[in-house]
Write a protein that binds this ligand. Structure first.
Ligand SMILES: Nc1nc2c(ncn2[C@@H]2O[C@H](COP(=O)(O)OP(=O)(O)OP(=O)(O)O)[C@@H](O)[C@H]2O)c(=O)[nH]1
Ligand SMILES: [Mg+2]
Length: 271
């Protein structure tokens, strides 16, 4: 919701627009509270991924070292939920990201098994270009097309908004940022990394994740885990053995072919 009134502007800077209030109320009504929330933080280099992780955890767990090359996982209890945050290496903005960084980035989704509830795509408030959009598309898509259904945009550096609301900022930045927000089904939150300790925005973010999980029917399952499960299930599936060995099941073995066919199909993206 956009407005230039002082009171609303102040609220917007804290992430409390009327829209967010209504969204939060709706989320509270519909989404069950999760005991455990698993998050993977993504973004280019230096936008505030690690600090955003710290704000969520309420502790200085992630080191703010420049150009982190490896994923780091931290866990603590936040607002009654066990929260796991995986911090990932940022991608390069002005040149190709080395393959080793990309590999490490994708590994991030496997470090909170059975898979993250949400990816937090950290985009600092500021200028957003067509190159930023292309880089985001390239790197987020490394997790597979399904990743977008589990991605929430998180905007730090909210002090740079000054007197405007986040909605107005998104509109003002134009189609590149709008494209990213739309790709994430308009799921976005602002987070003020300058405030430490009790943080109302963190609770709202948790509720946003719970709403996403309710709407998408579960958490994200990394491709590696889908494939592992497929291999395990294939090994358990006698029909496959029958097919591959070219044999017929014994008539009175107690395992008819029709029974074997009843085995659950593998590879639902969600478990
Ligand atoms: N003022 C302000 N500073 C921030 C904010 N978020 C992050 N910073 C600062 O920005 C710098 C980078 O933050 P990091 O969290 O280390 O960034 P990163 O994305 O993890 O960086 P890499 O791991 O190198 O990719 C640090 O000096 C932070 O203190 C914010 O919301 N406001
Ligand atoms: Mg970092």
């Amino acid at each position: 919701m956009e407005s230039s009134s002082g009171a609303e502007t102040k609220e917007a800077a804290c992430g409390v627009t009327e829209e967010t209030k209504q969204d939060t109320a709706a989320a509270a009504r519909t989404a069950p509270v999760l005991d455990e929330i698993r998050l993977v933080v993504l973004g280019w280099r230096w936008p505030g991924k690690s600090l955003t992780g710290n704000t969520i955890l309420g502790r200085e767990d992630f080191r703010l070292e420049r150009a982190a090359e490896f994923c780091v996982t931290r866990q603590t209890e936040v607002k009654g939920r066990q929260v796991t945050v995986v911090d990932t290496p940022g991608w390069f903005s002005a040149q190709d990201t080395p393959p080793s960084y990309k590999q490490e980035l994708v590994k991030g989704a496997t470090l909170c098994p059975p898979g993250p509830h949400a990816f937090l795509l950290v985009i600092p408030v500021g200028m957003f270009t067509d190159i930023d959009r292309a880089r985001i598309e390239e790197h987020v898509s490394l997790f597979g097309e399904n990743v977008w259904r589990h991605t929430i945009v998180v905007f730090p550096w909210v002090e740079a908004l000054r007197k405007i609301t986040i909605e107005r900022y998104i509109r003002r930045e134009g189609q590149n940022l709008q494209w990213v927000v739309d790709k994430c089904k308009k799921r976005y939150f602002i987070i003020n990394n300058c405030v430490f300790g009790e943080h109302p925005q963190v609770g709202r973010l948790m509720e946003g994740v719970e709403r996403l999980v309710a709407e998408e029917g579960g958490h994200f399952v990394p491709q590696e885990i889908v494939e592992e499960k497929k291999v395990k299930d294939d090994n358990k599936n006698p029909e496959r053995d029958v097919r591959e060995l070219g044999a017929r099941p014994k008539q009175n073995s107690g395992l008819s072919l029709s029974k074997a066919v009843e085995v659950e199909p593998v590879s639902s993206e969600y478990v």
